[in-house]
Design a protein around this ligand. Structure first.
Ligand SMILES: Cc1ncc(COP(=O)(O)O)c(C=O)c1O
Length: 502
């Protein structure tokens, strides 16, 4: 028989009730809040100093982050594989200043069009350090690349035939690479570019290439996907490429000079489909390097003949180096009750907003109760949404926001639609800062536009007198607004000769 003993419980100690100030950034039933701890400076430079100098919106690149990430990737690879050569993926951001930071660090150039090849050459990259990929290599660029010894990776059979034709006409015997695609576990399957490895097409391409008697094979290229969150896909891909290289060597006697295993590493950005933030799910550069080189361990090559591992990582190197400063220009209440803020940067500058939920940070403390908010850009267009849903307190007009990471693709994919594009700046290693691409002007916009005589001369609209063409001098130079937004109350601000509001 059991007996139960009861010990008298002590009376709980009295706790004074307290009121806790509601701070955004904490978890509540609406889900994780964005951190609204203000970020006042970028690489030590106050955001307000940057806006004073260059206006809002404004792209800001951090040279320190660019160099840090590049060195990290190079070192993680070099630690695991003896011959490594990173190439900078131009399309990810081909501003000269950015490219030159990478080239100064030793990166080659990975290009996908004649324009990019020319940009790389202008940046001082010799042709034999240019990787030329892409499905459409224009004839002039292709010929120059073949003559100059660029690493030309063939994308399809028609290109193969064209190179052969060009080679015959110009008496060339080029060494080329071919691009491969294969199942590595990424979804959607990345099989649009290159020759398929799994179904034998890649093998056929090599046979066709060598049978022509004009070209020889020097390398293989595979870009396994983009924003690949599972590093193991690289192990699978690299292992398949290694097996193919082994077969080429044993069956056709081809010893390859390079394996270019693409980019595709995810940044810490957050895809709309992604539940957890990038901080938690994005593999580190070390994990990607580990996976790639583990797959390459299947190469059956003597050590002194191992092919060089080329990488052409874009986003994974530069995304975190880029910030877009934007300013709240209006608050709204939508018909469904949601709060909306309108900012001065939209999908014209962040095409990438269609698939990312960017981090949004303030630069000064903001107060108030966070509510579901939609952030609209300044375009007169319904699809101009920077964030569809974010918990934010009321943000007064003039509040600065930092949107990041935006270093990858945002600048190269930005468009001039309704608004002129803003300046792009870089902060140097010692905190110096400057413009790396000027803000666009109306003259930039109309450069190249032509009004034909027959349009100019026609009095076509009934009742409307034809006017003389508007000479350039008559266009009014609108000052670029910098600094704090003027108060909406009180005297109308005047624009001074320095273009600033007084
Ligand atoms: C051939 C090639 N290489 C490199 C890259 C860079 O990719 P990521 O920015 O995902 O690293 C791309 C981008 O799509 C590409 O198409």
């Amino acid at each position: 028989m059991t007996t139960t003993t009861h010990t008298p419980t002590a009376k709980p100690a009295y706790t004074r009730p307290s009121l806790l100030r509601h701070r955004s950034g904490l978890m509540n039933k609406m889900g994780t809040q964005p951190s609204l701890t203000p970020t006042e400076a970028i690489d030590g430079v106050p955001v307000e100093t940057l806006v004073e100098a260059y206006g809002s919106p404004l792209f800001v690149y951090s040279q320190r982050t660019i160099e840090h990430r590049y060195r990290a990737l190079r070192d993680e690879l070099a630690r695991r594989y003896p011959k490594v050569q990173p190439a900078w993926s131009y399309k990810t951001c081909y501003l000269d200043a950015v490219c030159r930071v990478y080239h100064k660090e030793g990166a080659w150039a990975e290009t996908v069009s004649g324009m990019e090849v020319n940009k790389a050459l202008r940046n001082g990259v010799p042709m034999h350090k240019v990787v030329f990929n892409g499905p459409h290599k224009e004839d002039a660029a292709l010929l120059a690349a073949l003559k100059g010894g660029a690493l030309v990776n063939i994308d399809h059979f028609d290109e193969l035939a064209r190179i052969e034709q060009l080679s015959k006409i110009h008496g060339l015997f080029p060494q080329v690479g071919i691009r491969l695609n294969m199942a590595t576990g990424t979804t959607p399957r990345w099989d649009r570019f290159g020759f398929n490895l799994d179904n034998g097409q890649a093998w056929d391409a090599v046979r066709r290439l060598t049978a022509g008697g004009r070209m020889s094979l020097r390398g293989l290229h595979a870009h396994f996907g983009t924003f690949v969150l599972d590093a193991d896909n690289y192990r699978i891909g690299a292992s398949k490429v290694a097996a193919f290289a082994n077969r080429l060597r044993t069956e056709l006697g081809i010893t390859l000079e390079y394996l270019d295993l693409g980019g595709g590493f995810a940044s810490k950005n957050r895809l709309k489909s992604q539940y957890l933030p990038g901080e938690q799910v994005t593999p580190s550069l070390a994990q990607y390097a580990e996976a790639l080189t583990k797959g390459l361990a299947d190469l059956d090559y003597p050590a002194h003949e191992l092919p060089t591992l080329i990488t052409e990582t874009g986003r994974g190197l530069i995304d975190e180096a880029g910030t877009l400063i934007t300013t709240v220009i209006a608050n709204k209440r939508l018909a469904d009750g949601r709060r909306a803020v309108v900012v001065d940067a939209g999908v014209n500058l962040l095409y990438t907003a269609f698939w990312y939920n960017f981090e949004v940070e303030t630069t000064a403390p903001v107060h108030g109760v966070p509510e579901p908010t939609v952030i609209f850009g300044p375009l007169c267009m319904n699809i101009d949404v920077v964030r569809e849903h974010i918990m934010l307190p009321a943000l007064p007009v003039g509040t600065r926001l930092l949107i990041r990471p935006v270093g990858a693709y945002a600048v190269t994919q930005s468009m001039q639609f309704i608004h002129l594009r803003p300046a792009v700046t870089m902060i140097g290693l010692d905190g110096q800062h400057g413009v790396i691409k000027s803000a666009e002007t109306l003259d930039d916009l109309v450069r190249g536009e032509v009004v034909p005589d027959w349009v100019e001369g026609a009095a076509s609209v009934p009742g409307v007198e034809p006017t003389a063409p508007t000479p350039r001098a008559q266009t009014v130079a609108l000052p670029r607004l910098t600094g704090a937004l003027p108060s909406l109350t009180g005297a109308t601000p005047a624009v001074g000769p320095d273009g600033r509001l007084h």
